[in-house]
Design a protein around this ligand. Structure first.
Ligand code: SF4
Length: 669
């Protein structure tokens, strides 16, 4: 049995795995502080993808329409030569790198280092599409872009406020913690357009309209201020800019915001009184908060709410952005973001000098292209080459027709992955990589816990760990010695990122450590912002409500919101190759309310068309009472019905996250 980490959601459950031949057994690690032996169905039943016959087992170069298997030397020499030629001919910003939250910290650190040493900050990853607004929002208000507490500390929470998170489906082990605490008498507020499982057991359920988050939160804060439920001492000693913020929220009495949110004043008042009056309170949110053109403002509003009630820096309180993929926190920490070097050092600041010294190279000081901008840049010819590791943007990105157009226009498209994904089909070169079960390294989970990932089996055929592939490329590009192990890379990370400096492979095993771990905090840090915020004082932001980019009208009368389901993950490349998960959820579907289905004469299971201004898909209807009238929901896992074809190009101005959660559509039976 090998102790490692579940490769799926950001909870980071510890698993013990025995993988031999085609069979494996898996258990939750009973001593784990994260999951205490528990696993969800993805942890128990979702690992068979690693043994799939679909795995790519040899490097390949496409000549015309024909894929030719080549040796590693030939593939790597070719990629290094072509990247260098394109960089030298068109300039460093003509190349772009896409990192991956599925990969380890070591791999993300290395890919962003390669990009920057080649002279470009065009390096980004899928956090752009899920939690970049968390980074932009929390850095502005608190100074640190991460959960402020631990999963364990939630046992001391008196009131849970879950907004924009279907926690029992997306982070099931955290969802279980909330259910257990609720059964033990704790309070639960849920705000969500859909009636989720947690909503059905909540003390207060705020079923609000998609895109009205700021109005909802400002109105809750209006009530808290009016009823003097604020923490005046905390505001006076620990925060700044309260007065301008207070002047703004005075404009949001519940009777007015009801017209925007659809939430009645009495429910809203009850929620405000519970959150502010029954402390410590914790806010947990997911992509329902972040994936909007006002995603950063939504996050800053969440921050305002915690700050005005002193619900931060105290055990059982805090803000918990729930990270979707296993290593979103870590890959962001590693600087796989076009605006940040490792440790969130702004890419356009003098802080870059530190990396010039550590890496011994002149480095770019500008904000690079973000993931959502790279494909447009490929269409207009500014970007000529993309190197992509472990992601599938042809399913997961917004504005999909432009993604495909961009990929077709590239001179060089290199894909490093474990499967021939829909994206990999556009590639010129494929480099066969390893699953999380076939390599060593570290992931950092949603509570900042750096955990050891340990190989449980060998990669198939000639596939190699991603760190090895990148290391060989690094050596060819810069004529330097290749890294010999993930631990060697990690030891460089400890130098580059002060919050990781005290972490070592030996002290991370078995429990992991929450960063910052350094000389001041040798055992790590469970709760952030206890005596001071990372930025000094917590900062209030006055956030006026603005409507979403698309609202329903006569032509497109429904709001489409996208997301995930319990059985699948991301673009489905892994879960859909795991038999039991695929058996439980084999087909795409669109959830539609009972009333709307009746009005449109739609039967459960009938194939219907969902069409937006940007595209159209056809898929079976799931008639359900979970969803309110006027809203439809489609999970994004299914290549047969790519819902992101319907999502437009509108981006949050701070974080450039697309608006996946509010799209005006029509439904045709
Ligand atoms: S909760 Fe997340 S990390 Fe835990 S077993 Fe399920 S998918 Fe894996």
């Amino acid at each position: 049995m090998t102790l490692t980490i579940c490769p799926y959601c950001g909870t980071g459950c510890q698993i013990e795995v025995d993988y031999s031949g085609d069979h494996y057994t898996v258990h939750g690690y009973t001593r784990s502080v994260v999951n205490e032996g528990k696993l969800c169905i993805k942890g128990y039943q979702g690992l068979s993808y690693a043994g799939s016959r679909d795995r790519i087992t040899s490097p390949m170069i496409r000549r015309g329409d024909v894929w030719t298997e080549v040796s590693w030397d030939e593939a790597l020499d070719y990629v290094a030569r072509r990247l260098t030629e394109i960089r030298d001919k068109y300039g460093p910003d003509s190349i772009a790198f896409q990192a991956s939250a599925k990969c380890t910290n070591e791999e993300n650190y290395l890919i962003q280092k390669i990009a920057r040493m080649m002279g470009t900050n065009n390096v980004d990853h899928c956090a752009r599409s899920c939690h970049s607004s968390t980074v932009a929002g929390l850095i502005r208000t608190l100074g640190t872009a991460a959960a402020t507490g631990s999963i364990k500390s939630l046992k001391s929470t008196e009131t849970f406020f879950v907004i924009g998170s279907n926690t029992t489906e997306q982070h099931p082990i955290i969802g279980t913690t909330i259910i257990r605490q609720k059964k033990a008498g704790k309070k639960l507020i849920v705000a969500d357009p859909r009636r989720t499982k947690l909503a059905s057991i909540a003390d207060v359920f705020l079923q609000f309209r998609p895109g009205s988050d700021v109005a909802l939160l400002n109105s809750m804060m209006f009530v808290i201020l009016k009823e003097n439920l604020i923490d005046s001492e905390f505001i006076r000693t620990r925060t700044t800019d309260f007065d301008a913020f207070a002047a703004e929220i005075e404009k949001y009495p519940p009777e007015i915001t009801e017209q925007i949110t659809g939430v009645s004043p009495d429910l809203l008042e009850k929620a405000a009184e519970l959150y502010a009056g029954n402390r410590p309170s914790a806010i947990l949110y997911g992509m329902g908060i972040t994936q909007h053109i006002h995603g950063t403002e939504n996050v800053m509003s969440v921050s305002n709410l915690a700050l005005m009630t002193g619900n931060i820096g105290r055990y059982g309180s805090g803000i918990f952005p729930l990270r979707g993929q296993n290593n979103v926190q870590g890959s962001s920490d590693m600087g796989a973001l076009s605006e940040f070097y490792p440790g969130y050092i702004p890419a356009d600041s003098d802080g870059v000098e530190r990396f010039e010294k550590i890496w011994g190279a002149k480095l770019p000081r500008n904000i690079g292209l973000m993931l959502s901008e790279m494909f447009d840049a490929a269409i207009d010819g500014r970007v000529k080459a993309i190197y992509l590791m472990g992601e599938n943007p042809v399913i997961t990105e917004a504005n999909l027709s432009d993604v495909e157009k961009g990929l077709k226009n590239l001179d060089l498209f290199v894909v490093q992955d474990i499967f021939m994904t829909e994206t990999a089909k556009f590639a010129h070169v494929i480099l066969p990589a390893s699953s999380a079960l076939e390599k060593d390294g570290t992931f950092t989970n949603t509570e900042r816990r750096i955990q050891r990932v340990v190989a449980v089996k060998d990669p198939p055929g000639d596939a190699k760990p991603d760190w090895w592939i990148l290391s060989q490329l690094y050596s060819r590009l810069f004529h330097r010695e290749a890294y010999r192990s993930p631990e060697e890379i990690f030891n460089e990370i400890r130098v580059a990122i002060p919050n990781y400096s005290g972490a070592k492979y030996e002290n991370l095993y078995p429990d992991g450590k929450q960063w910052p771990i350094n000389d001041q905090h040798p055992e790590g840090t469970e709760i952030l912002h206890v005596e001071r915020f990372t930025r000094g004082l917590g900062r209030f932001m006055a956030i006026p409500y603005k409507p979403p980019s698309e609202t329903p009208d006569d032509q497109y009368p429904f709001i489409l919101t996208t997301g995930r389901n319990y059985y699948h993950w991301h673009s489905g490349t892994m879960t859909r190759r795991s038999d039991i998960l695929e058996r439980e959820s084999p087909n795409p579907y669109v959830e539609i309310s009972v009333n709307d289905a009746k009005k449109l004469s739609i039967r459960n299971g009938q194939s219907i068309t969902v069409e937006s201004r940007h595209g159209s898909i056809r898929l079976p209807a799931m008639v359900t009472s979970k969803i309110p009238d006027g809203i439809v929901f489609v999970p994004f896992h299914f290549k047969e019905a790519r819902v992101n074809l319907l999502v437009g190009e509108n981006l949050d101005p701070y974080s450039k996250i697309p608006e996946f959660k509010v799209v005006a559509v029509r439904v045709i039976a």
